[in-house]
Design a protein around this ligand. Structure first.
Ligand code: 5RP
Length: 241
């Protein structure tokens, strides 16, 4: 599949550049693009005998670390990571990012905030001028189950648009996150947003919100692959590497 090739090329380029003997504790993201990244990390660890501990952002990431024979750590043991590598649903020209398409944004943000460098890998369709140009499924927001109706109403009242409770496909009812919370997807006219940080702050102040899928200017470097295997690297000059 062309998209698989695009994701794989981005993942391998990022791992090649960032994994070396000076890196000891890393965060491992969630999704499909992280899969070839972890495979490549495991090859390098074996070949170069690297001493590396991997901190997961989800149960999927945990299983990926273990099935590739890598050493597992956690945020309870490690709060300072050399880097974190993760996928994204969309990244804009200001290096703001939407995550949580797979429902893991809370742990992903915790890992990202602990990392000296937050590296994103994706196919080229995820790069856009303004968030929402490409990703039409809404901003993922993790909420406490007890609050989901109140939080949904409050987001719509304060910020407009429509909030949808994310439902399972193989199970009836809301999707549960790794923290056993619910996810709301907030759809609204994002074309008028000029300050995503402000939107994120407003969302976070609404009772019941655990975490949002808006990652504001956290990315140090982003790798976007295309179907021919070419990779574009975008460096965020506002974050020193
Ligand atoms: O944020 C995420 C999960 O919550 C993923 O990193 C994001 O959805 C990208 O996934 P993929 O690599 O499959 O495109």
């Amino acid at each position: 599949m062309p998209t698989d090739k695009a994701k794989e090329s981005a993942a391998i380029a990022a791992v090649d550049e960032h994994i070396n003997a000076n890196v000891h504790i890393i965060g491992i993201g969630s999704g499909s693009t992280i899969v070839p990244a972890v495979k490549k990390i495991a090859e390098m660890v074996k070949k170069d005998k690297l001493d590396l501990i991997c901190v997961p952002t989800s149960l999927q990431a945990r299983e990926l670390i273990l099935s590739n024979g890598l050493k597992l750590g956690s945020l309870i043991e490690y709060q300072e990571l050399d880097l974190a590598i993760d996928g994204a649903d969309e990244v804009d020209e200001q290096f703001n990012c939407i995550k949580g398409g797979g429902g893991c944004q809370t742990q992903e943000k915790l890992v990202a905030i602990c990392a000296k460098k937050f590296i994103v890998v994706a196919d080229e369709k995820k790069w856009s001028k303004n968030l929402g140009d490409q990703w039409k499924k809404g901003i993922p927001i993790e909420v406490l189950p007890i609050a989901y109706k109140i939080t949904k109403k409050e987001i719509e009242k304060q910020l407009g648009g429509e909030v949808v409770v994310r439902e399972g496909t193989e199970k009836l009812g809301p999707v549960l996150t790794d923290q056993a919370n619910f996810i709301l997807d907030w759809k609204f006219d994002s074309s008028k947003v000029s300050n995503w940080s402000d939107i994120n702050t407003k969302l976070k102040l609404i009772p019941g919100v655990v975490e949002t899928g808006l990652f504001i200017n956290m990315i140090s470097k982003a790798y976007f692959g295309n179907s021919e295997g070419k990779v574009q690297v975008k460096t965020n000059s506002s974050i020193s590497s």
